[in-house]
Design a protein around this ligand. Structure first.
Ligand code: 87F
Length: 485
């Protein structure tokens, strides 16, 4: 293949220069999605759906260990159900998609396409829960949801239809619910940090940013250092008795006294895939953290004329020994080895094994890492062990590299002027804040930044004599502010 043709196939936008063009190209070149005629509704092709399957597999196990069972509730929610808890739909109403017709017949009642399932689930819960013996009730569903946003759609980060899990748990006491909401947050932290190699900040959402139907909302939030934006892909809400009162979910306690239940809801969506791409990928394309990569490695036999057969035979032998890493051999004979290297780098395959006639003579192969472009020579008998440890190292390196970048892009600011400058520079600011909805709205209007979370880590950090960076009033908390996706 001609050089120009090869370049055309490569990514030509730079992450540090034009991040949105770069993001689009990474996704296209890695063959992750296909656009459709409906803006914001995208095809998750196998290369991205398999990432979602890894996330599902990992997180579903954690969810089940919390004692939660999977179920499936219908896609359509009758209008009167959706509008039962007012705080819940207020503000979200413009994003609800409706069905008004079945064929040519106008429906008696409009049906919402679920934007989230609190209402339809809690209507059922109110029938299922009668006695303290029916509690706790813990269910989760993996499904699609639709939010008809009008902002420009971005694959994974802002889709009108996206995939998620939503867990909805019910308890007799607030104490149990408080524990569950934290357990869900821990499952999310693990998914990000241990599967996707993405460091997250754990904390509470501000009063202005929390879910309106919740008493408080918690988040495990990644930050994308390259564009200085935080990415909310999961939240865990304590709903108190708000929905219990709206949906009349009550139980008779041990003293035959009627009580309202306490509830939580928590979700993690395919936005997390967007975070993964934004945070780890580079100017060569997608970087898959090894634990989510379906195929951990590609074997590229160097097919020198006359030696094809022995090289291929050796490649197959090696493949057999590496079964648990789901390797595959790229034996295409219509493209060069260099083309193959670029191709699999673009698609994010963690490791590449190159093997040529000379290597076979020496009993070695060359192994290249996707994260740091390092190539090492490995004795054939050592390949399985080396592959194992390289994959572990890669996970660690991706995590630590992202953590370092996140820390480098985080500053403490104590006054509004330096805050504004830092936000302009794409930084995340840790600020002493007198938390209020009004000040958050004003800050958002003036700078485009909002609070991403009030970190647990600094809950005990002293605020004595410290003033709010915005209002000058005595600060009530330490908060992270940044622009967001
Ligand atoms: C859009 C339209 C209608 C978000 C919406 O975060 C309703 C809503 O309730 C809505 N967008 N929300 C909040 C969702 C809350 C909660 N649901 C369960 C979660 C996690 C999973």
């Amino acid at each position: 293949m001609k050089k120009e043709k090869q370049q055309e196939l490569a990514i030509n936008a730079k992450k540090e220069e034009n991040i949105s063009e770069w993001y689009t190209q990474v996704i296209q070149k890695a063959d992750l999605i296909e656009y459709t005629d409906v803006a914001g509704c995208m095809i998750f092709k196998p290369n991205s759906y398999q990432i979602w399957e890894k996330i599902q597999y990992f997180l579903d196990d954690k969810i089940k260990k919390m004692g939660v069972k999977n179920a499936y509730f219908p896609l359509f929610i009758p209008k009167k159900l959706l509008c039962k808890e007012e705080d819940h739909v207020e503000g979200f109403a413009p994003e609800v998609a409706w069905v008004d017709y079945g064929g040519d017949t106008k429906l008696g009642e409009r049906l919402a396409i679920r934007p989230t399932s609190e209402t339809i689930m809690y209507d059922a819960y109110s029938k299922w829960i009668q006695s303290y013996r029916d509690l706790p009730l813990k269910m989760n569903q993996w499904c699609n949801v639709v939010r008809w946003e009008f902002k420009h759609a971005t694959p994974f980060l802002r889709n009108r239809e996206f995939l998620w899990q939503e867990g909805h748990t019910v308890f007799a006491t607030k104490k149990e619910a408080d524990k569950d909401v934290l357990a869900a947050l821990e499952a999310y932290r693990a998914t990000y940090e241990e599967l996707l190699a993405i460091p997250v900040t754990l904390g509470r959402k501000s009063v202005g940013e929390k879910f309106a139907g919740a008493d408080y909302s918690l988040t495990a939030e990644p930050f994308s250092p390259a564009d200085g934006k935080s990415i909310q892909a999961c939240t865990s809400h304590h709903l108190g008795q708000n929905f219990a009162k709206a949906f009349n979910i009550t139980f008779l306690d041990k003293n035959q006294k009627k009580q309202y239940v306490y509830q939580n809801s928590w979700g993690l969506s395919t936005r997390s895939i967007g975070a993964m791409i934004m945070i780890h990928s580079d100017n060569k394309g997608l970087v898959l953290p090894p634990r989510v990569a379906e195929n951990k490695l590609v074997i590229v036999p160097l097919l020198f004329k006359g030696k094809e057969e022995i090289v291929l035979k050796k490649a197959k032998e090696i493949k057999k020994k590496l079964k648990k890493f789901s390797p595959f051999i790229d034996d295409r004979n219509n493209v060069s080895a260099g083309f193959k290297f670029n191709d699999w780098e673009m698609k994010g395959i963690p490791l590449r094994i190159e093997i040529g006639p000379r290597d076979i003579e020496n009993g070695v192969v060359q192994i290249a890492r996707r994260d740091i472009y390092e190539k090492i020579e490995v004795k054939i008998e050592n390949i399985p062990n080396t592959v194992s440890s390289l994959l572990e190292e890669m996970h660690k390196n991706l995590f630590e590299r992202s953590l370092k970048m996140m820390e480098e892009k985080t500053v403490q600011t104590f006054d509004f002027k330096s805050f504004e400058n830092a936000i302009l520079e794409g930084k995340r600011c840790l600020v002493p804040w007198a938390e209020s909805i009004e000040s958050e709205d004003e800050i958002k209007d003036k700078t485009g930044a909002k609070s991403s979370c009030i970190p647990f880590k600094f809950e005990k950090k002293s605020l004595k004599g410290i003033k709010c960076f915005y209002s000058g009033k005595p600060a009530t908390c330490w908060a992270y502010f940044a622009k967001s996706h």
